[in-house]
Design a protein around this ligand. Structure first.
Ligand SMILES: *Cc1c(COP(=O)(O)O)cnc(C)c1O
Length: 374
């Protein structure tokens, strides 16, 4: 069956195309004015002092972990219900991810479990704002202050989400955003690190560019660094996407509301919640169904030309590499496992038509009816 409704689609028009072509006609293809403009615009929109653009969200997480001084032997408390990079970035520096379970309300970390996992080696908390819904940042920050811990927010899925009126990514010592094509805004590949701390900013900027110092002497290296730079082509696209981001999130909020209305009558489907103190930024639209039915529903949608996906399945602690390295087993983080077994993400993107939302909802209803009558 050919694809009739894809899972995701970038929101690109002539403005991005023109901006990229303009850079191609210039002679500056890296480390130029577009990168600076992208950083300035993104930082201003988020309300952060400093921003460093990098070539992926994962690179951004790695640089943030390094710049915050997290070292071998340190422990970082995070969640197993996430994309693998939020945990891998801790391993890059020889530190240990220590998981607390996820919670059903926000899909983020269960903040009630954090204090029980703190040891003398704990250096930081790494919350992930899952699917665009912020986790309980007031609790995370209270615990961090009480125990003198750093906070690195993985905001890759949550640009412009807010918690108690504050923009996600401005709570912690640093935060990271990602611009892969399925994200709310995209640059193809790309990421951004935010911080209000000048020292952290300078370290990240240097390490992005091979560890070069402020003077930018091309063959003078002050510290260990990487090539995590973005190109000016990428940055030019990022500038336009940043300008569009507010309208993108508004549109997604509207589409999510329509989806929720269309699916609200189905007893077998649990819809995502939005807490009162939250502005959701809608990375994906997720539903929960009985774990026994999940694969059959995905297959049924696929037969109708509708892409959908189990998400995040399996959760990080159940990934083969993590099981082998840390000995995790089924039952270690029951809520993360429950969510990963029940969750399906449906087609969802900024330009999805109302007709397609109706088509997906109707097809889903038919499939569930068929399964129930078997
Ligand atoms: C997308 C994403 C990242 C970064 O991914 P890249 O592909 O490296 O840009 C990191 N963490 C989470 C939770 C993500 O969803």
């Amino acid at each position: 069956m050919s694809i009739r409704v894809p899972l995701s689609k970038p929101f690109i028009d002539q403005r991005e195309i023109d901006a990229v072509v303009e850079v191609m006609k210039s002679s500056t293809l890296s480390l130029g004015p577009k990168t600076e403009e992208f950083e300035e615009k993104f930082a201003a929109l988020m309300g952060s002092k400093y921003a460093v653009a990098v070539n992926s969200g994962t690179s951004g997480l790695h640089l943030a972990i390094r710049a915050l001084g997290i070292k071998p032997g340190d422990e970082v408390i995070t969640t197993p219900f996430s994309f693998i990079a939020s945990s891998n970035c801790i391993l890059f520096e020889g530190a240990t991810p220590v998981f607390v379970d996820a919670e059903e309300e926000t899909f983020g970390m269960d903040t009630g479990q954090i204090e029980s996992r703190i040891t003398e080696r704990t250096r930081a908390i790494l919350p992930v704002h899952v699917f665009g819904h912020p986790c309980h940042m007031d609790k995370v920050m209270d615990i961090a202050r009480a125990h003198n811990l750093l906070v690195l927010e993985d905001a890759c899925e949550s640009p412009l989400a807010t918690y108690m009126g504050q923009t996600v990514g401005t709570f912690g010592n640093a935060s990271v955003f990602g611009f892969y094509p399925n994200k709310q805004m995209t640059t193809g590949e790309g990421g951004m690190v935010l911080t209000d701390d000048e020292h952290t900013y300078k370290l990240i900027k240097s390490m992005r560019n091979q560890g070069r110092g402020d003077s930018m002497q091309w063959l003078s290296f002050d510290r260990l660094g990487y090539n995590y730079r973005i190109s000016e082509l990428t940055a030019a696209m990022g500038v336009v996407q940043t300008e569009k981001l507010t309208s993108i999130i508004n549109a997604r909020e509207e589409k999510a509301r329509k989806y929720s209305d269309l699916l609200s009558g189905i007893d077998e489907v649990r819809l995502p919640q939005v807490l009162d103190q939250v502005r959701h930024s809608w990375f994906v639209f997720s539903i929960r169904v009985s774990a026994h039915w999940r694969d059959e529903i995905i297959a049924g949608l696929n037969d109708a030309g509708i892409q959908s996906k189990a998400y995040f399945y399996p959760s990080i602690h159940m990934q083969p590499f993590y099981q082998e390295t840390f000995g995790y087993k089924e039952g270690d983080f029951p809520v993360a496992e429950l969510l990963s077994n029940e969750m399906i993400i449906l087609p969802f993107y900024t330009s999805i038509s109302d007709e397609d939302l109706v088509f997906v909802a109707d097809t889903l209803k038919t499939i569930i009816k068929k399964i129930k009558n078997k």
